[in-house]
Write a protein that binds this ligand. Structure first.
Ligand SMILES: O=P(O)(O)OC[C@H](O)CO
Length: 894
């Protein structure tokens, strides 16, 4: 018996995303809490998915994604991802992409059939067999204290204090006494900062993690080829800088653990000092963690130059001593599910070390880690505007106890292509800047090293280069003997003058002063005088700032492109932006089939495989009953088979919808450019295209107008997305997206139209621009509508924030108060049904809107007693003057 019919459009066609129902009818049925206080807490579970007990399905997904996958022929469009001209620094060879995925939890048991003990205690045997006893040298405090950078910072701090206290400049006694005090502080800073890696602890933790992760996770998947590339990279005499995107505290363990499994020395890992809690802090330190202040910005009235010099000196000495480094470029974990805008702090330490010759080069490896389900819980509290609960020993213990019996599905780690810092900097210097008006992030675009494709190897073409010397630029030519024959040990033995200085330093660790002088002498030979573009010096040039920004954006952009999409991401995305009112499992299955094609075209890997129906079921299970409601329906005739079908509905009330939005948002960067173009197009048309579905309305649109509006929208959303890497043009990407709308059939060529621009000159300037007729079909509208829906909560938040600026007219309020009042305003609009998406209330986009208004010079701010006060700039300090901004933001919502 059939109780649910497949939905089709009027023409009986299946939609592009499966079967869609447009326009969405019942957004207003969301239950909106009446007061902010009721918004926090989790809605009670509404029932366990009927298939939750059905482990076979989960297992199917598990088996499919955990099994090492045989090499597949690359999807169309992927050929040439790794160009065959050898531009991979020789790290990738023909066989690299062919390795397939591996589940790290599956370890080799040498005699699986014969020895019970070997099978039963496979993790013990595996961990015992791994080589972990690398040399992790201590970086002595004395060495850091004698560094000229720290010495000069000490001198500056002491002199400033003497001046503040009104002491005589030549009062040697006072100078010495203050110097002793600050030297003590440097020692204290180092004691709390430095890592203390222990091989034994790494081995024991490696084993414990096998036991814990194999209980919590169904698989931890990584591409064999990526591991091979990393193995090659670390064999070079160049520090490797691992830069993962930050989703979870578990990220701290993942990279070191993966490296442990490949017998690669642990890197030192920058951790926020909020993690320096009893026991866990000690453990982290033993695994390579070194603790840094969360903010390297101003402390008290001035910058803490002493702290900065100590941090920079420690990091550079550690790199010289042979350590690799890992740090999280976003600072904290993402609260939205999309990557955060990068912070330049630690990256500038590395670039600075390169600029002043302390570091000859470094290989930067962007990394993306993704989870079916976060082990850390969710960020609902913080997104609702409440402050973060600080980390504590008991908090950590409670969190661990809580997760121990939960199934967190699959985790996936992807290493992007390593690239050379030196090549990046050199090509940045060499290239003329590409200036694009309104380009977000990069007013000055830098031509970067070409081979930075971060496409995961599991998706890459088998036609990749052998990397044996056909490099495009001389600096990229690396012989295979260099790759495999050198650097067998952990320590680096570079051959350049700077490299020699590194070896000298390493050899002289026991004699710090001679070592540092040797380095300084060598550096002068290499680079002449020290560059004055030091982060810690007084002169930080605009060019330097742009370089850091460009490099940071590149890393985040590349890492994001590496990130595999998990089943929970697709289910949350489909339920949030396509089937907000719920749909059947079979419809979701068809929609996922189509989405998977789209992932292939966009060269994006997935953290799942197998039949789409099983993937959806697994994703729903991972999201859990708090986010997705399941209702069983009778039967649906699916050709000859009778199958039980289900209605799958997202829970769109606060606060649950915030967590759903987190999982959906992982997919936002993938469609961000298309979403911006689609939103701009629809705003320009200013009519409901659904009314013209499958007709030929007389609607014309001008390409340049769409591009212009899309550029402006990209600028508005500059704190939300990295639309294009710094070395490429956003405008080109926007044009590409318009072309796609033409291919999709939504836009039909209507010839060119000329516009005559008259100016003061005698000659008129006639410019031609492509025009299009809009031809909406249900399939194209469905796709475009889902992209527009993606941006709606964000644009609503920006609009509300702009509207709430009126409360600032002629007064100043703290940023916290302003954000709270904006959230209350959003709550009132949600209650009235004026806003469709409850997740518009999230604090992150509101903060970004405030940043944007500051960048647009609409608001200004200053700090008073540790409180940031916001006020309107004089040009905007009235309701009337704010009107254009509010209308502009409203334009994109209509
Ligand atoms: O996401 P946060 O702000 O808790 O910070 C996570 C960092 O790894 C702490 O060092």
């Amino acid at each position: 018996m059939t109780s649910v019919k497949m939905r089709t459009d009027n023409a009986g066609n299946m939609s592009s995303w499966g079967h869609l129902e447009y326009p969405p009818k019942s957004y207003t049925t969301m239950a909106i809490p009446t007061a902010a206080t009721t918004l926090v807490g989790t809605a009670s579970p509404v029932g366990t998915p009927p298939w939750a007990k059905d482990t076979a399905d989960s297992l199917a997904v598990h088996m499919a994604s955990a099994m090492p996958t045989p090499p597949e022929s690359p999807p169309p469009g992927l050929l040439g991802v790794y160009p065959s001209n050898g531009r991979h620094n020789g790290l990738i060879c023909e066989t690299t992409p062919k390795h397939g995925l591996q589940n790290i939890l599956w370890v080799s048991t040498s005699n699986p059939d014969r020895y019970y003990l070997t099978r039963k205690c496979c993790y013990v045997f595996h961990c015992m067999s791994l080589k972990t006893n690398f040399n992790y040298p201590n970086i002595p405090n004395k060495l850091i204290l004698k560094d000229e950078r720290v010495a000069s910072a000490l001198d500056q701090v002491v002199n400033e204090e003497m001046e503040e206290r009104g002491l005589e400049v030549n009062d040697r006694k006072a100078y010495q006494s203050l110097l002793a005090q600050h030297t003590l502080r440097v020692n204290r800073l180092l004691t709390t900062m430095k890592a203390a890696i222990s091989s034994t602890l790494i081995r024991i933790t490696g084993y414990v993690l096998f036991k814990v992760f194999s209980n919590l996770l169904m698989s931890i998947t990584i591409h064999g080829g990526q591991q091979e590339v990393i193995e090659r990279a670390v064999k070079r005499d160049t520090p490797v800088i691992f830069v993962p995107l930050h989703r979870s505290h578990v990220d701290y363990l993942f990279v070191t653990w993966v490296l442990f499994n490949r017998q690669i020395p642990a890197p030192i890992v920058a951790a926020g000092d909020n993690l320096r809690i009893p026991v866990f802090g000690w453990l982290l330190r033993g695994l390579g963690g070194f603790f840094i202040k969360r903010r390297l910005e101003a402390t008290k009235a001035r910058k803490d130059i002493l702290y900065r010099s100590v941090l920079q000196t420690y990091v550079t000495h550690a790199l010289q001593a042979g350590y690799n480094l890992e740090f999280f470029i976003e600072g904290g974990r993402t609260r939205t599910g999309k990557p955060c805008m990068p912070k330049g702090g630690l990256l500038s330490v590395i670039v600075d070390a390169y600029m002043n010759g302390t570091l000859d080069d470094a290989l930067i490896v962007p990394i993306a880690i993704n989870y079916d389900k976060l082990l850390d819980g969710n960020f609902i509290r913080e997104q609702m505007g409440q402050s973060k609960v600080p980390e504590s020993f008991w908090g950590a213990v409670r969190a661990i106890m809580k997760v121990l019996s939960t199934n967190f599905g699959h985790a996936r780690i992807d290493f992007g292509q390593p690239f050379s810092l030196r090549e990046f900097v050199q090509s940045s210097k060499a290239a003329p800047p590409l200036l694009t008006p309104n380009q977000p992030h990069c007013q000055l675009l830098l031509e970067c090293t070409p081979p930075l494709s971060p496409t995961p190897l599991s998706l890459s073409s088998a036609s990749s280069s052998s990397g044996d010397g056909q490099a495009a630029t001389p600096s990229l030519a690396v012989s295979s003997s260099n790759l495999l024959g050198l650097g067998k040990g952990h320590h680096r033995s570079l051959s350049t003058p700077a490299a020699n200085s590194h070896s000298t330093l390493r050899k002289s660790l026991s004699n710090p002063s001679s070592a540092i002088h040797a380095v300084n002498r060598s550096n002068s030979r290499l680079h002449g005088a020290r560059s004055n573009s030091s982060l810690f010096g007084t002169e930080v040039t605009e060019e330097y700032r742009t370089l850091i920004k460009s490099l940071a954006s590149h890393i985040v952009y590349d890492a994001e492109r590496c990130q595999a999409i998990m089943s929970s991401n697709v289910v949350a995305w489909l339920l949030s932006f396509v089937y907000r009112n719920g749909t059947t499992l079979s419809t979701l299955t068809i929609a996922l089939d189509t989405l998977r094609d789209s992932f292939k075209t966009r060269e994006r890997d997935t953290g799942f495989s197998g039949h789409s129906r099983n993937v959806i079921r697994h994703g729903v299970k991972m999201l859990g009953a708090g986010l997705v409601r399941i209702e069983e329906i009778q039967h649906v005739h699916n050709t000859q088979d009778e199958e039980t079908d289900y209605i799958v509905k997202p829970i769109t009330i606060l606060p649950n919808v915030i967590e759903l939005n987190y999982y959906a948002s992982s997919m936002l960067p993938l469609f961000a450019v298309d979403a911006v173009v689609a939103t701009s197009l629809m705003s320009l048309l200013d009519c409901d295209l659904w009314n013209y579905k499958d007709c030929s309305p007389d609607l014309l649109v001008n390409r340049e107008k769409v591009i212009e509006k899309a550029k402006r929208l990209s600028e508005i959303l500059q704190h939300e997305f990295l639309f294009a890497p710094p070395c490429s043009s956003l405008e080109a990407k926007l044009h590409e997206s318009v072309d796609n709308l033409v291919v999709m059939g939504l836009l039909v060529d209507a010839g060119t139209s000329g516009t005559r621009w008259s100016d003061d000159s005698d000659e008129d300037d006639l410019s031609f621009s492509q025009s299009y007729r809009v031809a909406p079909s249900s399939s194209s509208l469905e796709v475009v509508q889902s992209w527009i829906n993606m941006l709606t909560p964000m644009l609503d938040a920006y609009y509300c924030c702009a509207a709430n600026l009126q409360t600032l007219v002629s007064k100043q309020v703290s940023d916290k108060e302003f954000l709270q009042s904006t959230q209350s305003y959003i709550t009132s609009l949600l209650e009235k049904g004026t806003l469709r998406y409850a997740e518009s209330i999230c604090i992150d986009p509101l903060r970004n809107a405030v940043k944007l208004f500051e960048a647009f010079s609409v608001i200004e701010s200053y700090n008073h007693s540790n409180v940031r006060l916001l006020y309107l700039a004089s040009d905007y300090d009235s309701e009337q003057r704010l009107e254009p901004l509010i209308s502009e933001l409203n334009f994109y919502r209509s």
